[in-house]
Design a protein around this ligand. Structure first.
Ligand code: UD1
Ligand code: CA
Length: 448
């Protein structure tokens, strides 16, 4: 059956006390809304619509990056979840199938749960959960799986408030029926809002079926405060670590390794303590990341070793058996097979051919204050320690740069380039110099 995802993300999130729209706060190095989108993507939706309101411009931008096919519906005023869905309906015209409504601030719903929900044969299906503390959640008035209606906390009687089966907010409904039911909503309730939850009673009044599918409470956890965000981060990391171990990753001290939503680690990857993954990292089987590394936007191939204390930034592409050592930073650079960058180096906007050795203290001077320039180094070259490569510049295959050189001109293949002042040696001068300085110090002491 065709699926359309509808992600509600227009709320302000007042309790975050933030200028940033709530759904753009980060969890696992990804905006909150990315988690809902990722779970929904598992259903292979035909359409994805995100309802944005507060900070709509920023939300639209972020969503476009996450899913270029997603559409944005604007909700100027937040008049309730039913009103939010109504704003998205025009973008669903022509769509036939099931609509799944999700919240952008509820990051832990599992794809399996959404699948179960989408497979329910009922006309309206609601994802419910048994709440340890039902608090202000909407309550599900149900007999077994048969759902009669949802009552919001504000409108509930004491007897209804005693119910612990709660509404997660996730709802599945046939598109045409949803449009029809949402069109009939009123805001005659305690909050003066258009409640999406009222579609259940409306469907039942027409003799249609409504059903509850349940999931563990942990999946329905929504984020409303920074404290909740911090707790969610801890939960996310705990799960990501367990999943990595399960998938065959070795970690000496998993509690000190931080994952992103889209971290991909192959089997037999070994991760030392205190490693942080930013967004978009892929590490192939058998590569090793030593302690205290920070990685984002990079791809590390089989057999590569990185760190300790290395930083890989977006666009770092390491071929097989590359070695990156301590205090090395690599950005937007492609390193060929077996390249060695052992110590204290910055490689930015560079291409390095296979088998090349980059000496300690090498810097690609890639930025002139306005433009970035590329450095191209061939295969099996030898870049001497403390070489400054002033880009744009090319060093050919098998070439050598002398230690301490500032390379401003291209070096042909097989050549040696010396770009440093010739050494001058003055015998005995150091002895004389120090005598002079010590005499000067003694004279000052005497005077004082
Ligand atoms: C809603 C449900 C409640 C459920 C709870 C679960 C309704 C009427 N109530 O209550 O039954 O137990 O979620 O967390 O649906 N949003 C918009 N536009 C709006 C209003 C909300 O986009 O006009 C978005 C919010 O950004 C948020 C989500 O919808 O992501 C839920 O809104 P929220 O105000 O948190 O709903 P609750 O009152 O918590
Ligand atoms: Ca809420």
């Amino acid at each position: 059956m065709a699926i359309a995802l509808l992600v509600l993300a227009a709320g302000q999130g007042t309790r975050m006390n933030s200028d940033l729209p709530k759904v753009l706060h980060r969890l696992g190095a990804a905006p909150l809304v990315a988690h809902a989108l990722a779970a929904g993507r598992a259903l292979d939706p035909e359409r994805v619509v995100v309802v944005a309101g507060h900070g709509a411009e920023a939300v639209s931008k972020a969503v476009a990056k996450l899913d270029p096919d997603a559409q944005i519906a604007l909700q100027g005023e937040q008049l309730g979840t039913g009103h939010a869905v109504a704003q998205a309906l025009p973008l669903l015209t022509g769509f036939e199938g099931r609509v799944i409504v999700l919240y952008g601030d509820t990051p832990f719903i599992r794809p399996e749960t959404l699948e179960a929900l989408s497979e329910s044969p009922a006309d309206v299906t609601v994802l419910g959960f048994e709440a340890a503390d039902p608090g202000r959640y909407g309550r599900l008035i149900a007999r077994g799986r048969d759902l009669d209606r949802i009552v919001e906390f504000k409108d509930a009687t004491d007897k209804e408030r005693a119910i612990t089966l709660c509404n997660s907010g996730v709802i599945a409904c046939d598109a045409a029926l949803l449009a029809d039911l949402v069109g009939g909503l009123s805001n005659d309730n305690a909050a003066g809002e258009y409640y999406l939850t009222d579609i259940v009673a409306a469907a039942r009044a027409r003799g249609l079926s409504a059903e509850v599918v349940t999931c563990p409470e942990a999946e329905t956890l929504g984020i409303n405060t920074r404290a909740e965000l911090a707790r969610a981060e801890a939960l996310f990391q705990t799960r990501a670590r367990a999943e990595a171990l399960e998938n065959g990753v070795t970690m000496v001290d998993p509690a000190t390794v931080y994952f992103a939503l889209d971290t991909y680690l192959g089997r037999d990857v070994v991760i030392g303590p205190h490693v942080v993954f930013g967004p978009d990292v892929t590490i192939e089987s058998g590569a090793e990341i030593a302690a205290f590394c920070h990685l984002e936007g990079c791809h590390i191939s089989r057999g590569a070793t990185v760190g300790p204390f290395a930083r890989l930034r977006p666009g770092a592409e390491l071929a097989e058996d590359v070695h990156i050592g301590n205090f090395v930073e690599v950005k937007n650079s492609i390193l060929g097979e077996g390249v060695k960058v052992g110590h204290l180096t910055y490689l930015g906007d560079a291409d390095v051919g296979e088998g090349t050795n980059i000496g300690a203290g090498t810097v690609t001077c890639n930025y002139d204050g306005v433009f970035k320039h590329r450095t191209t180094i061939g295969a099996n070259a030898f870049i001497g320690s403390d070489t400054m490569l002033v880009a744009p510049v090319t060093v050919g295959d098998g070439a050598l740069t002398a230690s301490g050189s500032t390379i401003t001109e291209d070096v042909p293949a097989g050549a040696v380039a010396l770009g440093r002042a010739k050494q001058v040696t003055k015998p005995g001068l150091a002895v004389k110099l120090f005598e002079m300085l010590r005499a000067k110090k003694a004279a000052i002491k005497k005077g004082a």
